[in-house]
Design a protein around this ligand. Structure first.
Ligand code: GH3
Ligand code: MG
Ligand code: MG
Length: 510
């Protein structure tokens, strides 16, 4: 380091002009500045500006290797200088060092947000240390990363009022981003239900962008949630969904492989017709919904507007997809946790807890409308022998297969079969009297009796039977849920006593 006391910004080694790197400095006069520049001037060309706008305008002219500014500058502040540089796709690699005049904590926070490489508090920074840090940053920066033709383009944009126009565009983006983030945050706070969340997101998007159809495709759920305009024909809608799938494929990663079946389409609703478009040539935008862990799926918007402003849509989508991904990821997680707490893992049937929730609702309904309701407990006969003979794994397999047979034989969305524990199942038949229930159970008993359960490994298939205890209420008396379950259990006990593979009844009315 030179001990030279010169503070000249002129080159003191004329022979090295060509190789010397240049610093743009926006620091107001002070003793510290003089000390800092004394350390730097032997090795670098230094151009000083005391006005932020002037400094930015001169970036393309001097092609600096580093920009050193203080936050409190006339024209535009050092923060804004930093935002302009760091928010510019071609300039953002140029290192920026910020000297913060006041409020260092918040200043440091903003510096990091903006992407400033290094910041120091004005009152206390150590000039020689800062000089060393600056040298290091300059060393790391590769000037060749910005091409000559890029510089001349930047020059055009930054002349005249270009600086302020660029700055206000950046600030507008930031404001829009945080406003939309805030709105999405509010939506997420009000609902964790996936479908409601997606509907709210679509409505918000519709407030901001013009589009005719929109879809959120979640890979894991294998569902497409779509919102279409009222006058969109079935044919156009089908074509749109096809496009959603086609364009989404490129965003699939190995951990969300192409599912065997096509995704389920869940309509979220319709938009009112905004405009009658004459030209029906759609523009489609598909962007990935990503978190740091994975690609959750995609967001697709389709617009019939002939002159869809591509740049505008893409920039806007880029701004908001992160927030959307974040809240969807949370909702998916919530849904999964909820599912795990209500579903029996082995059989995929509702567990005991989930069963009692449904049972309670159905009981209340039965009482209110005076409707019958039946409950049956179903127990595999001599299941211990299955485990003992074929192993526990085979036992598990039989349980899972039983669940499939049950699900096939009951009335979908009306009757409920749950795993009650071990090798016991419980069935709820709402609005069903015992005559009808007996018929359903008998059919089930037969189906099980006739079924050949496949071996997990090799060997012969095996057969099992089931005993069932049935009870029912007529919706007129007063019962507790436990009382109803106990009545069914008693009937089951009787069925076992009387030789198994049979149905016994124990109604709770006369
Ligand atoms: P019964 O006809 O009197 O019901 O005879 P059982 O052998 O079925 O009845 P028991 O209560 O003596 O035995 C039930 C067996 O079910 C014992 C237990 O190992 C087995 N079991 C319970 N849950 C599971 C499970 O999740 N997987 C497997 N493989 N076996 C289970
Ligand atoms: Mg049992
Ligand atoms: Mg048993």
């Amino acid at each position: 380091m030179s001990l030279s006391k010169t503070l000249s910004t002129e080159n003191i080694f004329p022979s090295q002009t060509k190789e010397m790197k240049l610093l743009l400095v926006g620091l107001k006069p002070s003793k510290q500045r003089d000390l800092l520049l004394r350390d730097l001037s032997p090795n670098y060309l230094i151009k000083i500006f005391v006005d932020g706008i002037e400094l930015v305008r001169n970036i393309p002219k001097f092609k600096p290797s580093l920009i050193l500014v203080e936050s409190d500058l006339p024209g535009i502040s050092g923060f804004q200088v930093a935002q302009l540089v760091k928010g510019h796709p071609d300039l953002k690699e140029i290192p920026v060092v910020l000297i913060i005049s006041q409020g260092y904590r918040i200043g440091e926070f903003w510096s990091k947000e903006v992407g400033v490489e290094y910041c120091q508090p004005k009152p206390t920074y150590e000039p020689s240390m800062l000089a060393k840090k600056i040298e290091k940053l300059i060393e790391q920066f590769d000037e060749k990363s910005i091409k000559d033709e890029t510089w001349s383009e930047i020059n055009k944009k930054m002349s005249g009022d270009g600086v302020l126009a660029s700055l206000s565009a950046i600030l507008d983006d930031r404001l829009l981003q945080s406003t939309v983030a805030n709105r999405i945050g509010n939506i997420a706070q009000n609902t964790s239900h996936l479908r409601n969340l997606q509907r709210a997101i679509m409505i918000l998007l519709k407030d901001i962008l013009e589009f005719n159809s929109g879809a959120i495709y979640l890979f894991k759920a294998n569902e497409i949630y779509s919102f279409v305009e009222k006058d969109i024909s079935e044919k156009d809608k089908a074509a749109f969904l096809e496009d959603v799938i086609r364009y989404s494929e490129i965003y699939r990663t190995p951990d969300n492989q192409i599912p065997p079946e096509s995704p389920l389409e869940v309509p979220l609703g319709t938009f009112p017709i905004m405009e009658q478009f004459i030209e029906r040539a759609p523009t489609i935008f598909t962007v990935p919904l990503e978190t740091h862990k994975a690609t959750l799926g995609t967001l697709t918007l389709m617009t019939f507007k002939a002159a869809a402003r591509r740049e505008y849509y893409l920039r806007f989508l880029d701004i908001i997809v992160r927030q959307i991904s974040l809240v969807l990821d949370n909702a998916l997680l919530y849904q999964e946790v909820h599912r795990l707490s209500t579903v029996d893992e082995l059989t995929g049937l509702p567990n005991r807890r989930a069963f009692f929730d449904i049972f309670m609702n159905e009981y209340i309904r039965s009482k209110r409308f005076g409707l019958p309701l039946s409950v049956a407990i179903i127990d595999i006969d001599l299941f211990k022998q299955v485990n003992d003979t074929y192993g526990h794994l085979q036992g598990d397999h039989v349980l899972a297969e039983c669940a499939k047979i049950f699900s096939k034989s009951i009335r979908e969305k009306i009757d409920i079969v749950a795993r009650f524990g071990g090798e016991e199942f419980i069935m709820l038949l709402p609005q069903t009297d015992m005559n009808r229930s007996r018929f359903v159970l008998e059919r089930l008993r037969k189906a099980i009796e006739e079924h050949h359960f496949q071996p997990v490994e090799s060997g012969n298939s095996l057969k099992i039977t089931m005993s069932m205890g049935l009870t029912g209420i007529d919706g007129k008396g007063e019962h507790s849920l436990d009382e109803i379950v106990n009545a069914a259990d008693k009937a089951l006990y009787k069925a076992k006593e009387l030789g198994r593979n049979r149905i016994e009844e124990n109604p709770l009315f006369v």
